[in-house]
Design a protein around this ligand. Structure first.
Ligand SMILES: [Zn+2]
Ligand SMILES: [Zn+2]
Length: 430
């Protein structure tokens, strides 16, 4: 599909990016606004509205309300390939503790009506502001390329629902179907660094809510009860044997019981206990194996412990693994290496144990998702160790302390997107 050399594509990218200095203050203003006003997954009404107006101002054909709050911007620029680029825009239920002037003090309302502090702790505000910046530059320089851009602004990534909802609402039928789909995620490596990973880049994930039924009683009459707290404790311990003793040690797998809830007082044996469990693996057969083992243990413990009825095991959130197309990854990587220098483009040694619902956008279309650093050089350089050790020491994503090195990260986020888009959108014949 792409016939131009990486050097030629990077050369056009440099010409397009010549205007980035002038545009960066606007990208930064959008970023700070998004950061100060984060919204929970599926509730990104204000954010979606801002993205739609930014896309319209850039001259794109805008459709809002795709799969809920998704926004699609299309820029048709003559015959040529169709390139899809996705950025997500939801935030997390975390109280920001960065001390930044533009830190979030926002609260959001959860589905159960409770309110929680909200923070852009995964950097989706970076993704969205940089995609708007790239859209502005690519629209302004449409003489430098031909083809069609489909910009996909996605809600509800953290709950793994947004991509499926947009696809279910005809993302690839109602709008030009991309020949290639691209996305990026910020990482805690040094700003400037760009990371690629062919093949599996993010794990498959399944999140469960498990309700273990017992029989409540007075805390002083345990013999009249079926104690769900004891059943939950036994279940949690036995679940640890799945990864340790059932799965091939060569497989990257995780089973975490992240939440346990039961009871209200020491002297009341409650009627039920609720566990929340996440499973991670790099393939569907292996995550199937994890799930089957989990179900066997959950049901087995309940039956052994005289539970009055079997537990309820609900699959609440899930995604397949992100499997980056080797050719697309190599092509984008080559253009990035031209643009930033080979030293700044560093391959990731292994898949991320996190998960990303971008997997669905790239399930039937060649796709790649790369990563780019967001930590200030002084912080990164002060740490020692190899890449993964240093990453573990940085203020991490999904914590109250994630504070990206703002301007350099926004800049690199625009540059990576423009370079990747032009890797597939050819130049116009002279
Ligand atoms: Zn996240
Ligand atoms: Zn994320």
């Amino acid at each position: 599909m792409a016939t131009e050399s990486p050097e030629e594509a990077a050369g056009r990218a440099r010409a397009v990016l010549a205007d980035l200095d002038g545009l960066l203050p606007e990208v930064d203003a959008l970023y700070q606004d998004l950061h100060a006003n984060p919204e929970l997954s599926g509730a990104e009404v204000r954010t979606a509205g801002m993205v739609a107006s930014c896309y319209a101002a850039a001259g794109l054909d805008v459709t809002a309300g795709v799969g809920g709050l998704g926004v699609v911007g299309v820029l048709a620029n003559g015959p040529g390939p169709v390139v899809g680029i996705r950025a997500d825009f939801d935030a997390l239920p975390i109280a920001e503790d960065t001390g930044l002037a533009y830190a979030s003090t926002a609260v959001g309302t959860r589905a159960d009506g409770t309110t929680v502090p909200v923070m852009h702790a995964c950097g989706h505000d970076l993704h969205t502001a940089s995609l708007v910046g790239a859209a502005r530059l690519l629209a302004a320089h449409r003489d430098r390329w031909r083809g069609t851009l489909v910009l996909i602004a996605q809600p509800a990534e953290e709950t793994m629902q947004g991509a499926k909802a947009m696809l279910g609402d005809g993302l690839f039928d109602r709008f030009p179907r991309p020949d290639v789909v691209l996305a990026q995620h910020c990482a805690v490596t040094r700003t400037g660094m760009v990371h690629h990973k062919a093949g599996i880049a993010y794990s498959a994930c399944r999140n469960f809510r498990i309700t273990i039924h017992g029989r409540g009683a007075h805390g002083a009459a345990p013999h009249w009860s079926v104690d769900p707290v004891l059943l939950a404790a036994q279940t949690i311990v036995l679940l640890q044997g799945i990864v340790a003793r059932e799965v091939d040690p060569d497989e990257m797998t995780v089973l975490t019981v992240g939440s346990v809830h039961a009871g209200t007082r020491p002297n009341i044996i409650p009627p039920e206990a609720v566990l929340e469990v996440t499973l991670r693996a790099t393939s569907e057969p292996v995550i199937d194996q994890l799930q089957a083992a989990m179900e066997r243990i959950v049901n087995g413990v309940a039956a052994t412990g005289r539970a009055p009825r079997p537990p309820e095991i609900e699959l609440r959130e899930h995604t397949i693994a992100v499997d980056n197309d080797a050719a697309v990854t190599a092509r984008v990587r080559a253009v990035h290496a031209e643009l930033f220098g080979a030293d700044e483009v560093i391959d990731l040694p292994e898949a991320n144990k996190g998960s990303e619902d971008f997997a669905y956008l790239g399930a039937d279309i060649p796709a790649t998702m790369w990563f780019y650093g967001s930590t200030a050089p002084e912080l990164w350089d002060a740490a020692s160790g190899e890449l993964r050790e240093r990453m573990a020491r940085m203020p991490g994503q999904h914590t109250p302390f994630y504070a990206p090195d703002r301007l350099p990260t926004l800049r690199r986020g625009v540059e990576t997107l423009v370079g990747a888009a032009l890797a597939y959108l050819p130049g116009r014949p002279a």
